[in-house]
Design a protein around this ligand. Structure first.
Ligand code: NAD
Length: 289
């Protein structure tokens, strides 16, 4: 298949390389020269204009920073330039409303399109082990699925347009909340005189058990290897967690749903980022407790 790939950053670079490995002809575009050079090294054909990269493509995949950019790239460089009948896949994490709008505009322009945000970070993008949550019609999902399978370990149809983004931000809001809860529990256990390992041994087999504790423990030396064991470097940056919590709060307002814990998690991550910690892994918030 001929696949145009727009946005070859930390995530998109590895994803495009996996499409090349799967035997696709990848036509790559990014505004950054270094990203284009890396894609060329990995076997993609590079272009200096997105509108040229999509010419003749069977599919267009994008991995871009935010909704505003996604909206403008699809209108300026994809609609009317990619062949009629190309399947469009936006894998960026963006707000639900923009995802629905862009998919609606794609349909008006004669294309099938899905929102397909990912769970998993840079290592999963490089290793082809991402999880994709996909929003779109059954027909669009069926066409997108084999392309996504070449970049991930799981591809799940979440529902109609925007449902992938909805699943992603609900999941990450829950992650932000239970990470802070886990940090609070470990900090308090220690103040009450409990050894962190002992608390882990008890809570990890009791009702407080959760993913932040048993797969991503915020305390160094406890549980499986995690960013805490590496000075909170790597992993999932606080700035990205905050981006997802902000998107979640926007969606909660639009949907008219109460999310008091999500709101508090957003506020705490905002304070943490303002302290100069945006690049630290999100579990480093334990240092503030
Ligand atoms: P990044 O900043 O490394 O990459 C974004 C790329 O888009 C950059 O190379 C940039 O030059 C390019 N770009 C910006 N505007 C463009 C335009 N108009 N045309 C073409 N290229 C353009 O970001 P990333 O970490 O790769 O994240 C990409 C998306 O994936 C974001 O929506 C992010 O929220 C999401 N995400 C990231 C992670 C992660 O761990 N990094 C995890 C899950 C989801």
């Amino acid at each position: 298949m001929k696949i145009a790939f727009i946005g070859l950053g930390n995530m998109g670079g590895g994803m495009a390389a996996n499409l090349v490995k799967a035997g696709h002809e990848v036509h790559a575009f990014d505004l950054a020269e270094a990203a284009l050079a890396r894609a060329a090294e990995q076997g993609a054909k590079t272009f200096t204009d997105a509108g040229e990269a999509v010419v003749g493509a069977d599919a267009v995949v994008s991995m871009l920073p935010n909704g505003k950019i996604v909206d403008s790239v699809y209108h300026a460089s994809v609609f009317g330039k990619a062949p009629a009948g190309a399947i469009l896949l936006d894998c960026s994490t963006i707000d639900v409303a923009t995802a629905r709008k862009v998919i609606g505009d794609a349909e008006k322009a004669g294309y099938e399109m899905v929102d397909a945000p990912v769970s998993g970070g840079i290592a999963a993008a490089n290793g082809g082990t991402l999880t994709f949550m996909v929003g779109g019609t059954d027909s669009a999902f069926k066409r997108a699925e084999p392309i996504l399978q070449a970049m991930g370990k799981a591809v799940i149809h979440a529902g109609g347009a925007g449902s992938g983004q909805a699943a992603k931000i609900c999941n990450n809001m829950l992650l932000g909340i239970h990470m802070i809860g886990t940090c609070e529990a470990f900090a308090m256990a220690q103040k009450l005189g409990l050894d962190p390992q002992t608390f882990y041994d008890i809570s990890s087999v009791s009702s407080g058990q959760n993913w932040s504790m048993t797969s991503y423990c915020p305390v160094p030396g406890v549980g499986p290897q995690s960013p805490a064991d590496n000075g909170y470097q790597g992993g999932f940056a606080t700035a990205l967690m905050l981006k997802d919590l902000r998107l979640a709060m926007e969606a909660a307002e639009t949907a008219g749903t109460k999310t008091p814990m999500g709101l508090r998690a957003k506020e705490l991550y905002e304070e943490f980022e303002q302290g100069g910690n945006g690049g630290m892994d999100f579990s480093a918030i334990i240092k503030t407790l």
